[in-house]
Design a protein around this ligand. Structure first.
Ligand SMILES: Cc1ncc(COP(=O)(O)O)c(C=O)c1O
Length: 354
C-alpha cells in the first residue's frame, strides 16, 4: 500500500498546458504569444468593470441570465441554447464531460488547440488525433473516416489554432453528412470574428441544420476580455441543459458578466477594432513573405510559420529583438497579430533573420 493519495493513471500522461511567454519584466517587448487582443478595454467596458467590482462580496447570478439573453439575442437563438462559462476552454471541458468517458473516443485535428489533448484525456476517453495538412487545413475527410462506433465527439477548430485556415462550409457539410447524428460535433469558433473567407463555415446556420452540432465561442479574442474569462456554447436545448448541469457553479464572475454585456452594447466599436487587426494581419503576411519566410494564409488573429527545426532558434532570436512569439518546438512558430508598432518590430527583425 502506498502512503500517498492515489492519482488517476491518466494524470501521468497529461501534457502541461504551455501559456504563451510574457515579455521579460522591464524590457520593451511586444507579447505576440497568446493570441490576445492588443487593444485595452473600451472606456464603456472599463466603466462596467469598475461598477461591477463594487458587488464582489456577493455571488454572481449563477445562470448569467441577462448576459445569456443578450448573447442569444445577438445570435438570433433562444436564451436556453446558450451556456456561459469561465472561458470557452472551461466550457469545452464541460461539453466533453457530458459525452466522453473511459472506453470512448474523441476525434480532433492535430496540431490544434493544445487544451484538446488535456481535456479529452481527463474524461478517460481515447484521443484520436488526425493530422492537419501541410497547408494548415483540417483534413475533414480523414476525420470522418476516423469516427468509429466508440466516437462520442469530434472537435472542429475553425480557424484552426495555431495553423490559421478556416474550414469551408462545403467541407463541413460533407463531413456532417458522413458522421452519425449520435456523435457530438463541436465547432470551436474562438476566432470567428476575424474570418474573411466568404466560403468559410457559417456556424449558426450549421447549428440550425444539425442537432448534433455545438458551437463554442469566446469573449477573449475579438472582444478583448481574455483576462476576465468568459466564453460560451450554443447548442440545442437538451445539450445546453446537460452542459449547464456540468458547469462549475458561479464560474462566471459578476465582473465578467457585466463586462460581457457592455461589450455586446459596444459591438460596433469592437468589431471596428477587429477590422484593424484583420488589416494588420495582411501587413504581417505580406511583410513576412517579403522577408522570405514561409507563412500560411490565416483567417485568425495569428499567423503560422512552419519552421520545423529552426522554430526554437527563431523564437529565441525574436525575443532578443523584443518580439515574444509562441514556438511549438520542432514544428512551427505562431505569431499573434498585434498593434502596428508590433508589426514594425517583427518585420524589422524578420528581414534580418537568417
Ligand atoms: C481554438 C481555441 N478555442 C478556445 C480557446 C479558449 O479561449 P478562452 O478560454 O479564453 O475562451 C482558445 C484560446 O486560445 C483557442 O485558441
Amino acid at each position: 500500500m502506498s502512503d500517498r493519495p492515489r492519482l488517476r493513471a491518466v494524470v501521468d500522461d497529461l501534457p502541461a498546458y504551455v501559456p504563451g511567454a510574457s515579455a521579460p519584466v522591464g524590457a520593451a517587448a511586444f507579447k505576440l504569444s497568446s493570441n490576445e487582443n492588443p487593444y485595452p478595454p473600451l472606456p464603456s467596458v472599463l466603466a462596467a468593470i469598475h461598477d461591477a467590482a463594487a458587488d464582489v462580496n456577493r455571488y454572481p447570478d449563477m445562470f448569467a441570465t441577462e448576459l445569456t439573453a443578450a448573447i442569444a439575442d445577438s445570435l438570433g437563438v433562444e436564451a436556453e441554447q446558450v451556456v456561459a462559462g469561465a472561458g470557452s476552454v472551461a466550457v469545452l471541458a464541460h461539453i466533453l464531460e457530458i459525452v466522453a468517458e473511459p472506453g470512448t473516443e474523441v476525434v480532433f485535428p492535430w496540431r490544434s488547440f493544445e487544451a484538446y489533448p488535456i481535456a479529452v484525456t481527463l474524461t478517460g476517453a481515447e484521443q484520436v488525433r488526425v493530422p492537419v495538412g501541410e497547408d494548415g487545413r483540417l483534413d475533414l475527410e480523414a476525420m470522418a473516416a476516423a469516427v468509429t462506433e466508440r466516437t462520442r465527439a469530434v472537435l472542429v477548430c475553425t480557424p484552426n489554432n495555431p495553423t490559421g485556415p478556416a474550414v469551408r462550409q462545403a467541407e463541413l457539410d460533407t463531413f456532417l453528412a458522413a458522421v452519425p447524428r449520435e456523435v457530438l460535433v463541436l465547432v470551436d469558433e474562438a476566432y470567428v470574428e476575424f474570418v474573411r473567407d466568404p466560403e468559410a463555415v457559417d456556424g449558426l446556420a450549421t447549428l440550425r441544420a444539425h442537432p448534433n452540432v455545438v458551437l463554442l465561442r469566446t469573449f477573449s479574442k475579438a472582444y478583448g476580455l481574455a483576462g476576465l474569462r468568459l466564453g460560451y456554447a450554443v447548442a440545442r436545448p437538451r445539450i445546453a441543459e446537460a452542459i449547464r448541469k456540468a458547469t462549475t457553479p458561479f464560474a462566471v464572475s459578476h465582473v465578467a458578466q457585466l463586462a460581457g454585456l457592455a461589450s455586446l452594447r459596444a459591438k460596433d466599436e469592437l468589431i471596428a477594432r477587429v477590422d484593424t487587426i484583420v488589416a494588420e494581419r495582411a501587413q504581417m503576411l505580406h511583410g513576412l513573405r517579403a522577408a522570405g519566410l514561409p507563412v500560411l494564409d490565416s483567417e485568425a488573429n495569428f499567423v503560422w510559420l512552419p519552421l520545423g527545426e529552426a522554430t526554437s532558434r527563431f523564437a529565441a532570436d525574436a525575443a532578443a529583438a523584443g518580439v515574444v512569439v509562441r514556438p511549438f518546438a520542432g514544428d512551427g512558430v505562431r505569431i499573434s497579430v498585434g498593434e502596428p508598432d508590433a508589426t514594425d518590430s517583427l518585420l524589422t527583425f524578420a528581414k534580418l533573420w537568417t
